[in-house]
Structure formats: C-alpha cells, structure tokens
Design a protein around this ligand. Sequence first.
Ligand SMILES: *[C@@H]1O[C@H](CO)[C@@H](O)[C@H](O)[C@H]1NC(C)=O
Ligand SMILES: *[C@@H]1O[C@H](CO)[C@@H](O)[C@H](O)[C@H]1NC(C)=O
Ligand SMILES: *[C@@H]1O[C@H](CO)[C@@H](O)[C@H](O)[C@H]1NC(C)=O
Ligand SMILES: *[C@@H]1O[C@H](CO)[C@@H](O)[C@H](O)[C@H]1NC(C)=O
Ligand SMILES: *[C@@H]1O[C@H](CO)[C@@H](O)[C@H](O)[C@H]1NC(C)=O
Length: 289
Amino acid sequence: MLGSLYRAQWLMLVCLFAAAHAFDLASSGYASLTHYDLPSNYVASCGCVGRSTFYPTAALNRYAYGSNTSFGPSCGSCFELRLVSTPLALPPPTPGTNEPWGDGIYYTPQQVSSGSTPNLVVKIIDLCPGVGGPWCNATRLENGTVQGNSLGFDVHFDLAWPAKGISKGFFPGDHDYGAWNVTYDAVSCERWAGWKDKAALGSDWDQQSSACCPNNPVPSGQDQTCPPYYDTLAPTRAVPPNTSNVLSKGKSNAATSMLTSNVRIYLATAIALLSAALLCVSAATFTFV
Ligand SMILES: *[C@@H]1O[C@H](CO)[C@@H](O)[C@H](O)[C@H]1NC(C)=O
Ligand SMILES: *[C@@H]1O[C@H](CO)[C@@H](O)[C@H](O)[C@H]1NC(C)=O
Ligand SMILES: *[C@@H]1O[C@H](CO)[C@@H](O)[C@H](O)[C@H]1NC(C)=O
Ligand SMILES: *[C@@H]1O[C@H](CO)[C@@H](O)[C@H](O)[C@H]1NC(C)=O
Ligand SMILES: *[C@@H]1O[C@H](CO)[C@@H](O)[C@H](O)[C@H]1NC(C)=O
C-alpha cells in the first residue's frame, strides 16, 4: 500500500513536472543554428504578419518554442544570435603540428563578444517541429532529463535565409557548413530591424485568435504572453491575446488557407495530447487505488 502510494505520488509528480516544463528556455546560452527556406511574405506557425519576413526571422525547436503546433510562448520573441563555430567541420590545423585537416571557422570568445563577428537579431515567427532529429528534436524525457539534438543542444534556431533583410554574405566561408554553434541572448524587439515598420508587427488579421505574435515580449526567454496552442483547446481554455495587425486586414496569403485545412490536424493533435494527460491522471489515480 505504502509502496503504491509512493508510486502514485511519483507518477503524479512526473506528470506535473512534464506539464510544468513543457516550455523551458533560458534567456541566454549556446544553441545550434541552421537555415531554411521560408517564402517571403509567408505567415508561419505563430501567425505573425507576412511582412515580418522582410526582416530577420527564425523558427525555434519545439522544446524551446513551447508548443507542438501553431503558436506557443516563444512566438514574437527576439534574440540576438552570434556565430561561434562550425562544429561539423574541424578548425584548420595549427601550422607545424599533425592536427587533422579542417576548414571550419572557430571564433574566440573575445571575437564573439566584441561584436565584430557575424551577428543579428531575429524575431521568432515559426516552429521547427522535427521529432526524428537531427536538429529540432530536443525533448524532456519522462524522468525529467532533457535530451538535446544531435550536437547536444536543447535550443535550436532555424534561420529563414536567404531572406530580404539578411545579407547574402551573412554566413562566412566559401561553402555551407550546415550547422553553427551560436550564442543567443533574449533581447527587446526594439533592437529588431523590423521594429520601426508597423506593418511588420503583430499577427495577420485573417488568423484572428489562431495566431499569437506579440510585438515585444519580455526578453526573458520565459514570456508567457502566448499560451501553447493546445491549451487554447483544453477544457480550461487559455485565451491568446488579440495580436491582429489592422494593417494586414484583407491581405490574403498562402498560409491562411493552409491554416484552415490544418485545423483538423491541430484538433487531432490537441485531442491526442488531452488523452495523454487524462491517461497520466488516471494512471496516477489507479496506482493510488
Ligand atoms: C510534443 O509531442 C511529443 C510527442 O509527439 C511529446 O513527447 C511532447 O511532450 C509534446 N510537447 C509538448 C510541449 O506538449
Ligand atoms: C559551442 O561553443 C562553446 C564555446 O566555444 C563550446 O564551449 C561548446 O562546447 C560548443 N558546443 C558544440 C556542440 O560545439
Ligand atoms: C535527435 O536526433 C539525433 C540524431 O539525429 C540524436 O542524436 C539525438 O539523440 C536525438 N534527440 C532526441 C531527444 O531524440
Ligand atoms: C533518464 O533517462 C535517460 C534515458 O533512458 C538516461 O540516459 C538518464 O540517465 C536518465 N536520467 C536520470 C536522472 O535518471
Ligand atoms: C481583434 O481586435 C480587432 C481590433 O483591433 C477586432 O476588430 C477583432 O474583432 C479582434 N478579434 C478577436 C478574435 O477578438
């Protein structure tokens, strides 16, 4: 009896822990960075206005993003990213040594912090899903341990690049290194290049409450302005703030129709998540009895 009581408490703790840590992002640290194609003017997962893509934007891995689908707590947040190194390529060998050949780029901490190496401020407008890896699959295991991506990072940024607002030569080197080790710091979106363009802020009018793209979330990495999308479908529903940008009213875009057709998938996911939560609770109750 005592044993099963402990087991029930343990199970409940695990369930609570998993729930409480669905969203977990430190305000600064090291992360991996890749890049992906996001069409210009596209309304991505957060529902941010298409015009946001005229400036530097990125997707975050779902663990740091805080939701499996649609919008989540990281939406709209701004981060300064600074390139550090190319972990998939070794550094050039020191002359006169037998070190293995490499053409990787490795900046010193002094170079990185001086601001002289490539850096930019991005706004998070998209979710990088990726259950299978290698980049966006970091997750918290049932025992509470966080397991990172293929380079061991919990946080992964996928930069929308090439993009209007980022130089073609942003990445140094004569070839694509694929993945970079970067430092990230949560910053005020007043430092984002799109800040002065009112038409690049907020969410697309057509998306209404299925979007959440605050103009300037608190730069803590833990801003809770946007609930995870699936919480808005839960019985005790969370209500996202109305972030509609009136300037985007009536502008149709590719993502709007996609979002509508995706609602069914979102609903299915939400129901699956809810069932998992119920299962968790009933498992705990059952063990208790
Ligand atoms: C997202 O889905 C995966 C399984 O597909 C699950 O392990 C994880 O807990 C979910 N994440 C959140 C934040 O609900
Ligand atoms: C990223 O760079 C930091 C600073 O040089 C280093 O401590 C860390 O090990 C690197 N991580 C990877 C996976 O390359
Ligand atoms: C993510 O995928 C990579 C390989 O692609 C793997 O090394 C890593 O362990 C995976 N992480 C998780 C949490 O599944
Ligand atoms: C959690 O589980 C993983 C994978 O099974 C294991 O590698 C890790 O050591 C465990 N951590 C703790 C604290 O038990
Ligand atoms: C959002 O705010 C606008 C006014 O800015 C209003 O017209 C619209 O109905 C609101 N949408 C929702 C879903 O409340």
